[in-house]
Design a protein around this ligand. Structure first.
Ligand SMILES: N[C@@H](CCC(=O)N[C@@H](CS)C(=O)NCC(=O)O)C(=O)O
Length: 250
């Protein structure tokens, strides 16, 4: 039976799983769970992930959620996945786990917190929260500095000094790509100072082409919609307009 991937491509961990499957020739069926329509809350999806979040997979009778666990499972159980994605060497593996664990309480909190509180909250029935957005931006900027000074400090092109990407590169780069939804000024304020991060994003994109751009297509469409919204909506209308714009077909 074909692997099933439950995903919505606006979600960064979903994009990481989809890109990984495509780059490694893993045959899968993508099942869209539209977060903007609340499909993750359906009783059917709750049977697959009781936490009602994407991504999740079903492989035969085996169900799994949490993108990092999914990437590790796929790397270990599907033949033909190149070693650099999740090396057999125990120390290199452990270093990858160390980056992935750090990611969840640092980069992800910063980037996802910023986008949620400054842009997406109304889609989930929540108010925008500029104070929470500012706090998230601080954590995000600090996380980007740490990535540069710790994991990208050597001559390698990828995290931990490698010349080929691992699942950690994919997970972290997909997280950062959601910043595309910000307006140009905020995007350059945050990413502009981090030249090594910018180069690493490009290297990861190049190493996973054309799947990287294809998986991000929905994000770029949402970006274009937000740009339009910024140019037409006065401040007062913005929150209700965000929801309308994102619920229109992507
Ligand atoms: N740590 C989880 C995060 C999963 C997650 O937060 N998914 C979000 C989309 S990025 C989601 O499904 N949100 C829907 C909701 O919270 O209702 C992973 O890496 O898979």
């Amino acid at each position: 039976m074909k692997l099933k991937v439950y995903a919505y491509r606006i979600s960064q961990p979903c994009r990481a799983v989809i890109i990984f499957c495509k780059v490694n020739g893993i045959d899968f069926e993508e099942i869209r769970v539209d977060l903007f329509k609340g499909q993750q809350l359906s009783p059917e999806f709750k049977e697959i992930n009781p936490f009602q979040k994407v991504p999740a997979i079903v492989d035969g009778r085996f169900k799994l959620f949490e993108s990092h666990a999914i990437l590790i499972y796929l790397a270990c159980s599907f033949p033909g996945v190149a070693d650099h994605w999740y090396p057999a060497d125990v120390s290199r593996r452990a270093k990858i786990h160390s980056v992935l664990d750090w990611h969840h309480s640092n980069l992800r909190q910063g980037a996802a917190g910023l986008i949620l509180n400054s842009l997406l909250a109304p889609v989930f029935g929540l108010p925008l929260d500029p104070q929470a957005a500012a706090k998230s931006e601080k954590l995000l900027s600090l996380s980007l500095s740490k990535i540069e000074s710790i994991w990208l400090k050597g001559n390698g092109r990828f995290l931990l000094g490698g010349f080929q990407p691992s699942i950690a590169d994919l997970s972290l780069v997909c997280e950062i790509l959601q910043l595309e939804l910000l307006d140009e000024k905020d995007h350059s304020r945050i990413l502009g100072p981090h030249k090594k991060v910018q180069q690493w994003i490009e290297d990861t994109r190049n190493a996973t082409r054309p799947h990287f751009d294809e998986a991000h297509d929905m994000l770029y469409k949402a970006k274009a919609k937000f740009q339009l919204l910024r140019s037409v909506a006065a401040n007062g209308e913005r929150e209700s307009s965000i929801k309308k714009v994102l619920l229109s077909k992507m």
